[in-house]
Design a protein around this ligand. Structure first.
Ligand SMILES: Cc1cc2nc3c(=O)[nH]c(=O)nc-3n(C[C@H](O)[C@H](O)[C@H](O)COP(=O)(O)O)c2cc1C
Length: 419
């Protein structure tokens, strides 16, 4: 087990990059791009607040690497050179505030409602229907996988040209790279399916292609599950995922961020309450579901929310159930996301060697100055895990939709403007 220094506000190195503290903004989709996936003023403004709050490292919401990998309207893309100038506006602004920013690269694979984004066709590792959405993908051909590896490397090259300090591969939560890892969604008989070596092949090829394109010093990190949580299906447990992480480390990945679950698992990745969330979701992203699923959700929404509240209640640092196993097995930094709300819990996780850094999503949506507030012992608008932001995901800009917390945020930002 590696020597793990302590302290939320002590420096940490990710590859060649030194960061001054260990609380990061994790990826949350912004839903603020224009129709073509380009940066708008609203995207820049979203990141400006986080940068002004002194956040040491910001990871963007997931950027689609090809049009086929787009999962939501108004999602940012990095599939074309015409996106670079807009992305440069974001990185220049963050660097102007002394912060650092990574771009999260993604392909959604089968986790998309085709009518929601006007997807012409849906692909995955194998043709396994998504039980939640009913989306039936087709298996990628070997030549298409090679093209995808190039697409990820091209996207990373664009990110580097746009001034990003690194990239994160989204290989968690059931998106395409996660679909390759999980036996339930990967039933291939070729070099990309079967044993663990084969199921990580696309990852290793992508990392190698990014290294060739961007050089050894450009940080490449991976977001991955600590457990798939797919009961009665062939999901991955923590032991298997740690073995995967060791392969990623050997392939040259600079850090891993640990989350949990596929969409088919339900909501273990955003523990909290679900009444507000599902109320908005049935009118937003779920409005495009096939008729039967859409109306079943409308009808049974209160019951579904009641069940979800009991299955996935909010609690601090919920992925600490898994992250310590990664910290024991790896020498690269392990970042734990999920449920961190208080400075005490963050410091405890790091001081106890359970992870090297923590990241947060919803608390930064409620309070973009969270880092500064925690560091200086000031109270800001505090996330209550209502998941209103999740309910609006993809349909409305990511923001705090809790009546009181959202109002406190707007009041804080108005004061900030007046200063
Ligand atoms: C509005 C919203 C958008 C999200 N978008 C992404 C995303 O683009 N990429 C990703 O890896 N995770 C995404 N997530 C999941 C978060 O990164 C994080 O894992 C989750 O919110 C748990 O952390 P928290 O308790 O600090 O919010 C999103 C979460 C929310 C609430």
């Amino acid at each position: 087990m590696p020597d793990r220094p302590t302290g939320l506000f002590s420096p940490i190195r990710i590859g060649a990059l030194e960061l001054p503290a260990r609380l990061f903004k994790t990826a949350t989709a912004e839903t603020r791009a224009d129709a073509a996936g380009r940066v708008t003023d609203a995207v820049v403004d979203f990141y400006r607040l986080l940068a002004k709050g002194g956040t040491p490292l910001i990871i963007t919401g997931n950027l689609y690497v090809t049009r086929q990998g787009k999962s939501a309207p108004r999602q940012l893309g990095v599939d074309d050179d015409d996106k670079v100038a807009g992305l440069r506006r974001v990185t220049d602004m963050v660097h102007g505030h002394g912060g650092r920013i990574f771009a999260q690269l993604n392909h959604c694979g089968r986790q998309v409602v085709p009518d929601f984004v006007g997807a012409p066709e849906v692909v995955s590792a194998s043709g396994v229907t998504d039980l939640l959405t009913g989306t039936r993908p087709r298996a990628l051909g070997a030549d298409e996988i090679a093209a995808l590896v190039t697409a990820f490397a091209d996207a990373a090259g664009r990110c580097q040209a746009a001034g990003f300090d690194g990239v994160q591969l989204h290989s968690a939560n059931g998106y395409l790279l996660s679909q390759f890892l999980t036996p339930y969604t990967n039933r291939r008989g070729d070099a990309y399916g079967g044993d663990l070596e084969n199921r990580t092949r696309i990852h290793r090829e992508i990392v190698a292609a990014i290294r060739t394109r961007c050089g050894e010093a450009f940080p490449v990190i991976v977001k991955m599950n600590g457990a798939d949580r797919l009961p009665l299906r062939a999901g991955l447990d923590t032991v298997a995922l740690v073995a995967i992480a060791r392969r990623l480390e050997a392939a040259g990945v600079d850090a891993v961020e640990i989350t949990v679950g596929h969409y088919e698992s339900g909501f273990p990745m955003v523990c909290g309450s679900f009444g507000l969330c599902l109320r908005h979701m049935v009118e937003g992203s779920m409005a495009q579901l096939p008729w039967l699923r859409r109306n079943a959700m409308r009808l049974f929404r209160p019951l579904v929310a009641w069940v979800c509240d009991r299955l996935w209640p909010g609690r601090e640092g919920f992925n600490l159930d898994y992250a310590p196993a990664f910290a024991r097995a790896l020498t690269i930094p392990v970042i734990c996301v999920g449920g961190f709300r208080t400075r005490a819990a963050m410091e405890g996780a790091i001081a106890g060697g359970q992870c090297d850094a923590v990241s947060a999503g919803r608390p930064f949506i409620a309070d973009p100055f969270l880092f500064r507030h925690l560091r200086d012992g000031q109270a800001g608008p505090a996330c209550v895990d209502c998941n209103g932001c999740v309910g609006h995901l993809g349909a409305q800009p990511a923001d705090c939709y809790h009546p009181q917390v959202g109002a406190a945020k707007r009041a804080m930002l108005a004061r900030e403007d007046a200063d």
